[in-house]
Design a protein around this ligand. Sequence first.
Ligand SMILES: Cc1cc2nc3c(=O)[nH]c(=O)nc-3n(C[C@H](O)[C@H](O)[C@H](O)COP(=O)(O)OP(=O)(O)OC[C@H]3O[C@@H](n4cnc5c(N)ncnc54)[C@H](O)[C@@H]3O)c2cc1C
Ligand code: SF4
Length: 486
Amino acid sequence: MADPKGFLTTERQIATTRPVEERVKDWNEVYVPGSLLPIISKQAGRCMDCGIPFCHNGCPLGNLIPEWNDYAYRDDWRAASERLHATNNFPEFTGRLCPAPCEAACVLGINQPPVTIKNVEVTIVDKAWENGGVTPQPPDRLSGKTVAVIGSGPAGLAAAQQLTRAGHTVAVFERADRIGGLLRYGIPEFKMEKRHINRRIEQMRAEGTKFRTGVEIGRDIDAAGLRRRYDAVVIAAGATTARDLPVPGRELNGVHQAMEFLPLSNKVQEGDYVTSPISAEGKHVVVIGGGDTGADCVGTAHRQGAASVTQLEIMTRPADERPAHQPWPTFPMTYKVTSAHEEGGERVYAVNTVRFEGDEDGNVQWLHLVEVEFADGKFEPKPGSERKIPAQLVTLAMGFTGTDAKNGLVEQLGLELDARGNIARDEHFATNVGGVFTAGDAGRGQSLIVWAIAEGRSAARAVDRYLTGASTLPAPIRPTDRALTV
Ligand SMILES: Cc1cc2nc3c(=O)[nH]c(=O)nc-3n(C[C@H](O)[C@H](O)[C@H](O)COP(=O)(O)OP(=O)(O)OC[C@H]3O[C@@H](n4cnc5c(N)ncnc54)[C@H](O)[C@@H]3O)c2cc1C
Ligand code: SF4
């Protein structure tokens, strides 16, 4: 155990964010660089090394949290990094972006603020990179087997890294022009600077993974042909079909899916554009959807110089504290103030969009909304509550309904989908087509990075077994595993 009295003598302290007025003028991560270094060992010392660490359960990767907390407390950063990488291929992604269900399940969290697990995680891995502790781990010998991975998000990357290290020759195919999936083109730079992805890709290249960008399987390359050329295929194509809002005026200029708006902003940061072709500058912006994607639109709109930003959510405002029906150690739905929300804007709950109104040139100008009440399993409008708000740019951030079933991939392989529009699979991540597996949001539906990495790791084990008859690779989750609920 790190510090037997740490949880009694040390208060929880998290990373410091840069002042709002400073950070909205740039795109760098919102945290003060290095702010964790002076505090993090003591924070790690708050871990009680409790007998049954529920944080292991909260984390889909089964991260060995008390073990690396102990090393971090003792300043043994090399050993901490080894323990962290034993279960997580990309802790610099999760350490920045994970909502940290581990902290919701921390035993200390029953009656005190939980250990700052996510902050410890990111410090360990950042130090490891700085100290040259993250090096390529190429396989000792090659198996002679080949694997094609379709999609380069966290699931595809985790599967590819595991399979490459197991000795298989792996090629990752990505339809976008850069590797990373939603890490690259969904998540804004201020949440995670893209240099973290680039660094990992270099490590993976040095290990032997091949990357092909700008290639859409099902359109540019026939999917059935790809299957014939490779010994196995892993589909990690994400759940990229966005939920739409079919109300009058949806066709007006200025009404966009969040995933039309955010990638263009990320492309500005990559140097592809000087300004975004869909910019919030000087506009009244309305973001429909109160989740993380919506928050990313809010932070992006602020940085682009929006005149105002309003975020609409159909559900009622969540409670500040853990509700009774979501007890420890479940991950509760509480009211979250993300860094984007700290930067301004208005959040409106329990409202639904009725229609959009445009000007004579077909540009959206107003959004008509109505307050709603949830009754008998549906949202009922409150009579007389309709009003309109200015809206010159609207982004739809209402979630995703499943994998892209229109680009030929599903049809050419003859893949079965489940009732939710995800690629159907058995308990070994195998689809109905021999030698074709699926991992991440493509099979699970819209989820989180930590689940995607866990899926990629588990699917890699299934593929390794398929190719060689046995596997020593870890499998942190089963396809049917879900976050703990009551
Ligand atoms: C805006 C936004 C913000 C988010 N923020 C967070 C966050 O802060 N924390 C968190 O934990 N989760 C977050 N998520 C969710 C998280 O990003 C996803 O759960 C995760 O990226 C899923 O990983 P994946 O590898 O399954 O798929 P993806 O990351 O979606 O990657 C799939 C890739 O496959 C490619 N592809 C699809 N079809 C083909 C094809 N036919 N041929 C070749 N390539 C193809 C796509 O171009 C894409 O690059 C966010 C999601 C969004 C949309
Ligand atoms: S990956 Fe997420 S859940 Fe797992 S230890 Fe890190 S922050 Fe916690």
